[in-house]
Design a protein around this ligand. Structure first.
Ligand SMILES: [Zn+2]
Length: 106
């Protein structure tokens, strides 16, 4: 015989509670985020490139980042690191971590 339990509202029985992921949280506040890499902590800023007419050179691939191209600016997350800002292609920045330690920082 099965015990008769009161059927209460079961919190697990509501179609699965999707975790309220909030991936936009940081993005909405805008700006810099900190990424930890094999070579330390980096501040990372996404820039749209809009309104810029400067051409940068990406340290990842040594190619130019054309004006208007969305890309990444990063710099070491330590005092004075802002003076070491570098502009990266977005893809190059992400590939950077895959190359592992031992490469030059910039
Ligand atoms: Zn690049």
């Amino acid at each position: 015989m099965s015990p008769r339990r009161a059927r209460r509202m079961d919190p697990w029985d509501r179609g699965g509670r999707a975790a309220p992921a909030r991936p936009l949280d940081g993005a909405l506040r805008g700006m810099d985020r900190v990424e930890e890499g094999p070579d330390g902590e980096w501040k990372v800023r996404l820039v749209s490139g809009a309104g810029s007419d400067k051409t940068y050179r990406c340290p990842g691939c040594d190619q130019e980042i054309r004006p208007g191209l969305p890309h990444i600016v990063s710099w070491p997350n330590w005092t004075g690191g802002e003076g070491e800002r570098r502009h990266w292609h977005t893809g190059c920045w992400h590939k950077r971590a895959d190359r592992g330690p031992g490469r030059t920082r910039y």
